[in-house]
Design a protein around this ligand. Structure first.
Ligand SMILES: Nc1nc2c(ncn2[C@@H]2O[C@H](COP(=O)(O)OP(=O)(O)OP(=O)(O)O)[C@@H](O)[C@H]2O)c(=O)[nH]1
Length: 318
């Protein structure tokens, strides 16, 4: 404890007090006010002596880390054990940066002893006016900010009704998949699904039941596709799924499994009765001579249209 306080807010020497025209009591009162302000503003700060390696953490830092100052001695090493494994390199690099250019501004995660992950924003420098051998850093807990950021990011790429990706995000992933395919030539397939006679579902059972059908279709998609497959709602009752590193034959078999599962699935009416739907699917794969990523969608769309003309409830591959 004594060594922590020996770095920060040292009791001023008589000459310092004299130079600043402060009495020792005034100086201590000023220090207490500053500490209180940091607590009120939820600003954590730390100091490290380059000469001795001693580290001081303010009370708020202990709170961010959720460790007890009575049992947890502050040190650079102790702190690094709490940094999220995925952010270790970033934090280590920022320390080097600070020593080199005298400043760093970084956001990273720490893991508290209870397993909770917190996001911290650290701004640090080594330009202490009194001692160039002292590094100074401030910490803000930005966990709530990050959670909001993540929520907004998800909202921006998700279809509200069904929870699958929206058209814009699907098209972005299709573009990325196409450029990856051009480099790797690993097969990528698109399944284009369209619910059959969906207008009749709405007209017969009502729009709310129609919405539930779309939600259940997507629930079934999510259950049956892999985490890495990209499921998107292109509009209305049309959905597309991007499958990576899958042969065209397997893509057709997967699509047919979904078609069958949907045909077997009983949907419930408001009155408690049940009804069934069917779905038609067009399948296509990227071709080496495709000039753009849209070509795969055009082919899948043509297959889908053919499937509709041939009587629906089927999978067509071209
Ligand atoms: N309930 C609901 N209906 C929607 C939604 N988006 C589009 N629709 C309806 O989906 C229906 C699509 O009808 P059509 O394009 O005629 O297609 P279809 O009746 O499925 O016929 P085929 O595709 O030829 O088998 C329209 O009635 C749209 O109003 C939605 O979010 N919720």
């Amino acid at each position: 404890m004594a060594s922590r306080h020996s770095i920060l807010f040292p009791s001023p020497s008589a000459s310092q007090v004299f130079a600043k025209h402060l009495t020792q009591d005034e100086w201590l009162a000023y220090t207490r006010t500053l500490q209180k302000l940091h607590k009120v503003g939820r600003l954590g700060y730390w100091q490290m002596s380059l000469a001795t390696g001693d580290v001081y953490w303010s009370e708020v830092v202990y709170e961010f880390l959720d460790v007890d100052p009575r049992y947890f001695a502050p040190s650079h090493e102790a702190f690094m054990t709490m940094v999220h494994p995925l952010d270790q390199d970033k934090v280590a690099q920022s320390r080097q940066e600070m020593l080199k250019i005298g400043f760093t501004d970084i956001k990273y995660r720490i893991i508290q002893p209870n397993g909770c992950i917190r996001w911290l924003h650290e701004i640090a420098d080594n330009t202490s006016p009194d001692d160039p051998n002292i590094l100074l850093g401030t910490l803000h807990d930005i966990t709530a900010h990050k959670a909001l950021e993540e929520k907004l990011r998800k909202q921006a790429i998700t279809d509200d009704l069904t929870g699958v990706f929206n058209r814009r995000y699907f098209m972005k992933r299709l573009r990325q998949a196409f450029s990856h395919f051009r480099r790797s030539e690993k097969n990528v397939a698109v399944l284009l699904f369209d619910v059959d006679y969906f207008k009749t579902v709405n007209d017969t059972y009502g729009h709310a039941i129609g919405d539930q059908v779309l939600q259940q279709v997507c629930r079934l998609f999510k259950e049956r596709f892999r985490e890495t497959d990209i499921i998107g709602r292109l509009g209305g009752e049309e959905f597309a799924v991007l499958l990576f590193e899958v042969s065209s034959e397997d893509a057709v078999a997967i699509a047919d499994g979904i078609r069958q599962a949907l045909a077997d699935h009983p949907f419930t009416t408001e009155a408690g009765g049940t009804f069934h739907i069917s779905i038609t699917c067009g399948v296509s794969s990227f071709a080496a001579d495709d000039p753009t990523e849209d070509c795969i969608l055009h082919r899948a769309d043509k297959s889908l249209y053919l499937g509709k003309r041939q009587g629906r409830d089927q999978v067509v591959y071209r």
